[in-house]
Design a protein around this ligand. Structure first.
Ligand code: 4NP
Length: 159
């Protein structure tokens, strides 16, 4: 199998993308791929630079056995050189990432997270920041599903 560097991206890098990072890291570990797959996350805004994930996201994740503890950082055009697969949580993230792509090869690295959904038909991963507990649970359901789909695609050699 090839080596992969995978970057999860949302707006604040304190809710959706650190959750995607934590969930995917757990799946990568279960596959025994820790030497082959590097996982990170970033936010398009930089609003929460240096912060831990939102306490609500950490709490909901912990209930499912995840530890979300990466520190928020801003997505930059340098990330196109450092990563092979860049996953946008919603259309706004997607367009903000694409705007920074230096060339066509970089653009080809960018996917919408929901492209890898298997059980859910949602067209984006909704921002839970102003939602209640249900919003955080939905984000985890959608991310678990799409992260499994991403693992399957990598196994099939489709990426
Ligand atoms: P995230 O959620 O993009 O999933 O990390 C948000 C976190 C913070 C804000 C917006 C969305 N904010 O506006 O501060």
């Amino acid at each position: 199998m090839k080596n992969y560097k995978v970057l999860f991206v949302c707006l604040g890098n304190i809710c959706r993308s650190p959750a995607g990072e934590g969930i995917f890291k757990k799946l990568v570990k279960e596959q025994g791929w820790e030497d082959k797959v590097i996982v990170d996350s970033a936010g398009t805004s930089g609003y929460h630079d240096g912060e831990l994930p939102d306490p609500r996201m950490r709490r909901h994740g912990a209930r499912r056995g995840y530890k979300f503890d990466s520190l928020s950082r801003k997505f930059t055009s340098k990330d196109f050189y450092d990563f092979d697969i860049i996953l946008a949580m919603d259309d706004s993230n997607y367009h903000n990432i694409m705007r920074l792509a230096p060339d066509l090869d970089s653009q080809k690295k960018v996917y919408r997270m929901v492209e890898f959904s298997q059980r859910f038909g949602h067209d984006h991963i909704p921002d839970p920041y102003y939602s209640g507990a249900d919003g955080f649970e939905l984000v985890l359901d959608l991310l678990e599903d799409a992260c499994e789909g991403l693992i399957d695609q990598i196994k099939k050699g489709g990426l």
